[in-house]
Structure formats: structure tokens, C-alpha cells
Design a protein around this ligand. Sequence first.
Ligand code: ATP
Ligand code: MG
Length: 314
Amino acid sequence: MAGRELDAVVVAEINVDVVVSGLTGMPVFGAERLVEQVTLTAGSSGVLTASGLAALGLRVGVCGLVGDDPFGRYMLAHLERLGIDRSGVLVDPAQRTGARVLLSTPRDRAILTFPGSMARLTLEDIRFDVVARARHLHLSSYFLQTALRPAVPDLLARAHRLGLTTSADTGHDPAEQWQTGTLLDHLDVFLPNAVEAEALTGAASVAAALEQLAGRVPTVAIKRGADGALAARGGRRVDLPASPVQVRDTTGAGDAFDAGFLAGWLGGADLADCLRRGNACGALTAAQVGGTGGFDLASVNALLGGGAEGRVTD
Ligand SMILES: Nc1ncnc2c1ncn2[C@@H]1O[C@H](COP(=O)(O)OP(=O)(O)OP(=O)(O)O)[C@@H](O)[C@H]1O
Ligand SMILES: [Mg+2]
């Protein structure tokens, strides 16, 4: 496997984020309001995780679907700029690239999502020649990839047959149904946040959710925002606080955590080190505005130099 060209391929829902910030009041139909700024940025949990893996020095590819439109070209240029292999990204003139509009106030955020190409990727669109070049497959936003969802067990089983390991971050289920079928049975690593872990298991606490998930997936890490993260592998449990940073914007912190954790896991690090790396990438992303560009290997190592106190039990 060491001879494979790519460390990881991410099967991603691809979309741009249009961030509207500095609102002076709530939008009102029939009226016009001025805002401080409108910014176009790379969206997509999967692309942000791929970007984080690339920032940590891993060789990464993305499989996904975009339209032949300005948003699609923006996302392809983003991947190109970060040196991410984009040969698995299909450009289909019949599709329109997914987009989110984020209305951001200092207190809260409202999101308007146009699923577009995010919800149109199918198993037939996946370039298995690209997948076969990687050691690991990460699946993002299971609930947003509605056309791919029924075939996800097939996708992951095929990846395993090709010799890859697998991971997923489901993200939130907008329908609040939280049905994952046999997804978990095909994963080597599972990376939900606390809300998702509790919703998926029906457990009353994060610790109980971790136990349930650990019964089905060999390695599980649960993200807990400003409270850090906890993880399980075999009989081992690790619970670590967040890395101390001045928080500015938590967009993409979860996707950055995934990148840090997976980079450690793929590098053979022990569970506590994987979790520390996830926390550091999440914190460095939360310390800046926007979902990418917050860290590289040097800044993660510098932050970890300080050491994080936590609980490790075998
Ligand atoms: N305020 C914070 N201070 C320090 N670290 C943070 C903070 N918020 C998030 N992090 C780090 O980022 C990780 C992931 O954040 P979070 O739990 O918000 O994930 P998420 O809900 O999946 O996020 P996303 O909205 O990106 O999907 C946390 O486990 C933590 O390590
Ligand atoms: Mg998340």
C-alpha cells in the first residue's frame, strides 16, 4: 500500500459558500439592507477535509461532481491551488454546482442551501481508477449526498476490496431522520460531532454514544466543539480538552479536525496523538475566519509542543 500514489481520496459533496457578514439587521422581504461584506469561499465538508489533509502534507484526491459553471470552476481552481488531485471530479453541464449562502451575525448564523450537484453524485460517477490509487477513502456529508446514499455500502465495500481503509463524517441530517443503514459496518474510522453521535445512537450522553459506536466501528472520535473531543479504539478511551486558542469563526473546525485525526491515524499514531492532532487542526481553524488555510504541519506541531492535559484509559 505504501506504493500508492495518493494517501487519501475524499468522496465529497462539492459546493461553494457565499458568506454575507456584517448584517445591520435581519433581512426583510420587500426591503434592501446594506451589509459589510460578501465573500465567496470554498465550501463542502469533504473539500475542507481534503484541503486540511493537503495542508498537512498528505497526497490527496477528491471524487465528486460539479456543474460547468462559475461556482464549479471556482471549486476546481481551489483544488488545483492546493495541489489536490481533481481527476475524480466530474464536470457535468447538465448540473448546477451546489451553493450555500451563510448570513452571519456576531450572535448567530442562518444558512440557505442549494444542494445542486451535491445531491446528484451517483455510484456510477465515482472514478474507481482514482480510488484505486489511494490508501484511504473518506466520505463526507452522508446525509447531503442523497443520490449516492443508497450505494454507500457498495462504495465502501468496493474500497475495502481495493485495499483501502475507510472513514466517514456524516454531518447533520437536515431531515433529522438519522438513518444510516449499514454505513457503520463498512467503516474503519467514524468522526461525528456530539450532536450527530447522540442523534445517530439515541444515546443520552456523548460517552454512551461513544460506547455504542465503538461496538460497531474500530476507531471512533467524537467532536465536542470548545470542549475538545473523545475517542475509542478497542478497549482504549481518550478524552482531551480543546487546544487553547482565541476563537474567531468555527466554520470548518469539524472538517479540519477530521483531517488532523486522519493524518495521525494514517501515519500510525496512537489514539491520543490522533485526537491531539484533530483538536489542534480544529482549534487553529476556529482561530481564523473561513474554513481553510488555518494550519499546516508546522503550526500544528508548534501548538502541540505546549501539550494538552487529558484523560487516557486502557
Ligand atoms: N471554540 C473552540 N476552541 C477550541 N477548539 C475548538 C473550538 N471549536 C471547535 N474546536 C475544535 O474543533 C473540533 C471540531 O469542532 P466541532 O465540534 O464544532 O465540529 P463540527 O460540529 O463537526 O464542526 P463543523 O461545523 O465544522 O462540521 C473540536 O473537537 C475542537 O477540537
Ligand atoms: Mg461537522
